[in-house]
Design a protein. Structure first.
Length: 333
C-alpha cells in the first residue's frame, strides 16, 4: 500500500468527516512546527540549546532554553495563517493575541511547547502537547475566559514525541492515529492507524518519591499494585516513570498501563502538578479516543469546567480497568 502522509490523511478526513479546511491547515502547521522543534532538540549541546534560559515561567518554574525556543517556534509558525483567534501556552501568562496585521480565524490553540523539560539535558525523550478549541462565536478579542472550555469541547488534540523516532499522535474525534517522521522526505507517515489502550494492564507509572504525601486512596491502590500476586489484585505489576508525560502516555497508548500524578500534601493548595488546559485535557481526549479512561480521581477530566488558564489537576489515565479501580477508591474514601 502506498504511504499515507499526514497531508493525505487530513484530505481524506475532510472527505469522510467534513473536517474544515482551516482545521486541516492548523494541524499541518502545528506538525511543521513540531518538525522544527524536533530538529532543535536533536542538536543538543551542538546547538547550544541545552540548559536554563535564566528566566522563570508563569508556573514559577525555571525555563529551559528549549522551552523558550519551542514556544517561539509554535507562535511564529501559527500567528500568520489566519486559522487562529489566539493562542495560549504553558510558557506565557496571558493569552497570545494574533498581531493586528494578520487575519484571525475560528480556533484557539493551546500548547505545552516542550513537555518533560527536566529530561532535555540528560537526553531522555521529551515532547510537545497541543489542544484545539473553537473560539466562542462573536468573540473578536479572545481573553482568558474564551479559553476556559471543558475538554469535551476540544476539536483536535495531539502530541509530538521526540524520542528514538519523532512521532506525531493525533485525534480529531475519530480515533487516534500515529505518524512517524520520515526525516529524508521531511513528512509524517501514517504508521499506527488505530491506536488502542488495552483495557487491562500490568504496568503502572507514578513518581514513588512522593509516596508519603499521597492521599489514602492512592496509597491504598499503589500498595496493592506493589503487593502483586500476594495481594488483592492477584497479579504482579511492573513500574515505569519517565517524567515526560508525553513519553509515559505514549507507552501506555502503545502497550497499556496507568499513569498517575495525584495531588499531594507537598502543596495542598494545588490540585496536582499537571496543567488541565494543555497537558491533562489533550492527553485525556487522546486516551478516551483510544478506549482508555482519564479522571482526576473523582470525575472525568474532560468534564471539568476550567476556572483559570494554568490551573492544575490530578491525573489518573490509561487502561480503563485500573483507572476505574482507583477512581472507585476515591469515591469510597
Ligand atoms: P513540563 O516539562 O512541561 O513542565 O512537564 C513536566 C511534567 C510531566 O511531563 C511529567 O509527567 C511530570 O512533570 C514529571 O514530574 P516529576 O518530575 O515531579 O516526576
Ligand atoms: Mn508538560
Ligand atoms: Mn513544558
Amino acid at each position: 500500500m502506498s504511504r499515507v502522509t499526514l497531508s493525505r490523511y487530513l484530505i481524506e478526513q475532510t472527505r469522510d468527516h467534513n473536517t474544515p479546511a482551516d482545521l486541516r491547515f492548523l494541524v499541518e502547521v502545528v506538525a511543521r512546527a513540531c518538525k522544527a522543534i524536533s530538529h532543535a532538540v536533536s542538536k543538543g549541546a551542538l546547538g547550544g540549546v541545552l540548559g536554563n534560559a535564566g528566566t522563570d515561567n508563569v508556573q514559577g518554574e525555571a525555563q529551559k532554553k528549549l522551552d523558550v525556543i519551542s514556544n517561539e517556534i509554535l507562535l511564529e509558525a501559527n500567528e500568520w495563517g489566519g486559522h487562529l483567534a489566539a493562542m495560549a501556552s504553558e510558557e506565557m501568562e496571558e493569552a497570545y493575541q494574533i498581531p493586528g496585521h494578520y487575519p484571525k480565524g475560528a480556533y484557539l490553540l493551546l500548547f505545552d511547547p516542550l513537555d518533560g523539560s527536566s529530561n532535555i539535558d540528560v537526553n531522555v525523550s521529551v515532547g510537545t502537547i497541543f489542544s484545539v478549541l473553537r473560539c466562542p462565536e462573536g468573540t473578536t478579542t479572545p481573553n482568558e475566559q474564551s479559553f476556559l472550555q471543558p475538554g469535551t469541547e476540544q476539536v483536535a488534540a495531539g502530541y509530538a514525541i521526540y524520542g528514538p523516532q519523532t512521532m506525531l499522535v493525533l485525534t480529531m474525534g475519530n480515533g487516534v492515529k500515529g505518524f512517524t517522521l520520515d526525516r529524508e522526505m521531511g513528512s509524517f507517515v501514517l504508521t499506527h492507524d488505530n491506536m488502542q489502550v488495552p483495557e487491562q494492564t500490568k504496568e503502572f507509572a507514578i513518581n514513588m518519591s512522593n509516596q508519603r504525601h499521597w492521599e489514602i486512596p492512592v496509597a491504598r491502590y499503589v500498595s496493592e499494585l506493589l503487593a502483586g500476586t500476594t495481594g488483592s489484585l492477584g497479579k504482579d505489576y511492573n513500574m515505569r516513570w519517565i517524567a515526560s508525560m508525553v513519553a509515559d502516555v505514549h507507552r501506555i497508548l502503545t502497550r497499556g498501563g496507568i499513569f498517575m500524578y495525584p495531588r499531594d500534601a507537598r502543596e495542598p493548595e494545588k490540585a496536582g502538578k499537571l496543567r488541565l488546559m494543555y497537558e491533562a485535557n489533550p492527553m485525556s481526549f487522546i486516551i478516551e479516543q483510544a478506549g482508555g479512561a482519564a479522571t482526576n480521581g473523582r470525575q472525568r477530566i474532560l468534564d471539568i469546567q476550567p476556572e483559570s488558564l494554568h490551573q492544575r489537576v490530578a491525573v489518573f489515565l490509561g487502561s480503563k480497568e485500573e483507572v476505574d479501580r482507583i477512581t472507585g477508591y476515591h469515591h469510597n474514601a
